[in-house]
Design a binder for this molecule. Sequence first.
Ligand code: F6R
Length: 261
Amino acid sequence: MELIIQRDPEAAALLLARIVANEMRTNPRTVLGLATGNTMEAVYRHLVHMHQTSKLSFAKVRTFNLDEYVGLAPDDKNSYRHFMNERLFHQVNIKLENTHLPDGCAADLEAECRDYEKRIEKAGGIDLQLLGIGKSGHIGFNEPLSALRSRTRVKALAPATIKQNAPLFGAEHRVPRRALTMGVGTILEARRCLLLATGEAKAEIIARAVEGPITSMVTASALQLHPRATVIVDEAAATKLKEREYYRWIFANEPEWEEYR
Ligand code: F6R
């Protein structure tokens, strides 16, 4: 795992967007794994800007989102499909048929989950998976106790997640109780994972995920098993990391990061 500390949320999001853009320029048929949430908004803003100003093309890109709420239709303003259409898909030259989210309104949710896995496989797997982290330690909606080898399935949201996402719904009781989510095992199969976390509220859970034991209680800690996982944080989210000076040294000195410094 690599950990990169940037001075503020904007710089952290820009760094992530630049890594994604470089991958897309090297491989125009990149398969992106996408996340939603507040943290990702800035990343999509940067990608849209790069599309508008430096011809970053999404023409051949295919995308698979991590998750969707059960029971929310694509045109519901709180659905993740709506989030992605608004923040990214409708603003770039991606073909909508190349964008995938699990269908939270499918009649047979289990069949939908199995089919989602098949669609990812048929696309050749995910090249670059973007991830946020919830206060419960989740990646996707893999809440505490999610098996580290889990696949796409229906998952009940943890109380911390319902609380975290309540502002968007206006009240806790309006937040759907269940979601379809890629499993931890599905996520770990991506060829590269990039997790972005910003703000003081994420400092403690980031320290547990990065420097704590690998545990299904904090599913983001499973990224420690991944051969190519990069965690990007801002200063505020880095405050509880014990080895932050070491991480800073690596980013400042390792040739791999030269173009991003
Ligand atoms: C959303 C997702 C979640 C979020 C996480 C952080 O698709 O997969 O894991 O990334 O809950 O959300 P924010 O960025 O809103 O704090």
